[in-house]
Design a protein around this ligand. Structure first.
Ligand code: SF4
Length: 168
């Protein structure tokens, strides 16, 4: 083969033999049927395998850089369009990042809710409400649960304020 020839002449796919021409779909296969998906996949596999050793693979890849279809430089440009994209599995690191984000959002929501709760009970207290009034207003049937919520948040000072008793 003469290396002075343009690169397509030296390409592995520069063949007219039906046995070695895997790059182009036959319009019909014997029997008159259009090439089916299975036959097409098998043909493309043979083509890509032959591209691996093609002497002008780089030139072909450069020439087909902006192409969206066909095989160029050993890459099947139309593969992504033909086959539905499978959902990407997350790596453990990505899972961890997603979990951290979810946790941060949950913490922010809980903090905002507690701030609102504190504002409500403080306002009611300043308006002269008793602890029983506040429990009723905020939906706490159980005084211990109310206490526990303030305790978990380190705000027993509020409980003291409402009961007038020291909690330390
Ligand atoms: S790399 Fe390009 S030129 Fe070479 S065989 Fe594959 S499609 Fe043909």
């Amino acid at each position: 083969m003469n290396d002075d020839n343009p690169w397509p002449f030296r390409a592995a796919c520069n063949t007219t033999s039906p046995e070695t021409d895997h790059w182009y779909a036959p319009t019909k296969i014997p029997g008159g049927k259009i090439e089916g998906g299975k036959a097409k996949r098998a043909r493309l596999k043979l083509a890509l395998a032959a591209c691996e050793t093609c002497p002008v693979r780089r030139e072909c890849g450069d020439a087909g850089r902006d192409e969206e279809h066909g095989i160029w430089g050993g890459i099947d440009k139309g593969a992504e369009k033909r086959e539905p994209t499978r959902p990407t599995r997350r790596t453990p690191e990505q899972n961890s990042a997603v979990q951290q984000k979810a946790n941060a959002a949950r913490t922010a929501r809980a903090t905002a809710a507690f701030d609102q709760f504190v504002e409500t009970i403080t306002t009611l207290h300043l308006q002269g409400a008793t602890l029983a009034d506040i429990l009723e207003h905020t939906g706490y049937d159980d005084r211990q649960v109310f206490y526990n919520r303030l305790h978990r948040r380190g705000r027993l000072d509020l409980y003291s304020m409402l009961t007038g008793a020291a909690t330390t």
